[in-house]
Every structure is written in structure tokens, then in C-alpha cells.
Design a protein around this ligand. Structure first.
Ligand SMILES: [Zn+2]
Length: 190
């Protein structure tokens, strides 16, 4: 049982913080749909839920592959993983207020512009092609996470003049809450 949570090549689960070069890199396409990808998606789901996040990308855990998990509108225990997700259609506009597990909380909740509706094509954990139509919060979450796969952070959309008002970066990002810490501990120790 304990072995099942271990991810090959990843000794410890941690959430990378802004400034880490991987967060600015382009994540690689997933080509083999093996148990490691499924295990990683499971760990991502646990960490995302534990941190009360509605989305997470693999690169935030230090694994730069095109894999995201989304919690919005999904039962808590379920893992909704999108592999190689691609936005194929956008419509409308919305102002969203976002946070990110990789960015210090002092910079959260800046209003930014996102598409109101998106259509995303992706593969599930078996490699089968899937498609989802989303609007509102779910559409924003998908855009936020898919941006991570291309090295884009939500703060990139904050206007320059507002950036100056943003709280200075803290040295060590405190995890959002105890539940997140526990989720990470459990992921590390099985
Ligand atoms: Zn994020």
C-alpha cells in the first residue's frame, strides 16, 4: 500500500514556489500512460484537496509534464485528471480573482481577465481523448492550470501599475493551512 503513493524520481512531495525555474518552463507532453502518471494524479488530487485548491498542475510538484487536476464540480474523493490539455475554443470575458499554491498569499485575489467559456480537449489517464466545455469558475481554473504548463502564472496578467502595490514576496511561503501540510505528509509517507 505504501509503495503505491511513491512517484518514480520524486523523493518528496513539495509545492514549488514562485522563483523556481521549473514554474517558468514548458512542461512536456505525456506519451506513456502508465501507473506512475495515475499515481501522480492521485497525489496531486490529495494535495489539491488538502490545500482547498480547485486546481493543481504537475509542475507545481516539480514534475514538468502536461498533467493537471481539477477539483471544481467534482466529488471530493474523485480525481479528475486532464492529460495534455489544450484550449481549442474561447468565448466571452470574465474578471476573476485568483490565488495560487505556488504564489505567496500576499499577492492573491488580484482581479484579472479570463475567457468566460472554454472548450478543452485532453486525454484521460488511460490516454483516451476527451473534451470538456466549461464556463465561469471552472473555465478560469482550467485556464489557470493550463497556463502553468506553459510557464505562465496568474500574476503575469496583473497590470504593471498594480504590481507595485503587491505585497513583497515572503521568503518561505507558508502553506495555506494545516490540512495542506497533512496532505503533503501523507503523500510522502503513504
Ligand atoms: Zn496556480
Amino acid at each position: 500500500m505504501e509503495e503505491s503513493k511513491k512517484i518514480e524520481g520524486v523523493p518528496q512531495v513539495q509545492i514549488l514556489q514562485e522563483g523556481h525555474p521549473l514554474l517558468r518552463s514548458r512542461s512536456q507532453e505525456v506519451t506513456s500512460f502508465d501507473e506512475n502518471v495515475a499515481a501522480l494524479a492521485g497525489v496531486m488530487n490529495t494535495v489539491m484537496r488538502g490545500a482547498n485548491g480547485i486546481g493543481l498542475s504537475a509542475v507545481q510538484l516539480g514534475i514538468p509534464i502536461r498533467l493537471i487536476t481539477i477539483g471544481e464540480g467534482v466529488l471530493r474523493e474523485e480525481t479528475w485528471a486532464l492529460v495534455n490539455p489544450k484550449i481549442v475554443k474561447r468565448a466571452g470575458e470574465q474578471r476573476t480573482r485568483e490565488g495560487c499554491l505556488s504564489i505567496s498569499k500576499g499577492k492573491w485575489w488580484r482581479a484579472i481577465k479570463r475567457s468566460l467559456r472554454v472548450v478543452v480537449e485532453y486525454q484521460d489517464l488511460t490516454g483516451a481523448p476527451q473534451k470538456v466545455k466549461a464556463h465561469g469558475l471552472l473555465a478560469a481554473a482550467l485556464q489557470h492550470e493550463i497556463d502553468h504548463l506553459d510557464g505562465v502564472l496568474f500574476t503575469d496578467y496583473v497590470p504593471e501599475e498594480e504590481k507595485k502595490e503587491m505585497a513583497p514576496r515572503t521568503k518561505q511561503y507558508p502553506l495555506i493551512n494545516r490540512a495542506a501540510k497533512r496532505a503533503i505528509r501523507e503523500a510522502n509517507h503513504g
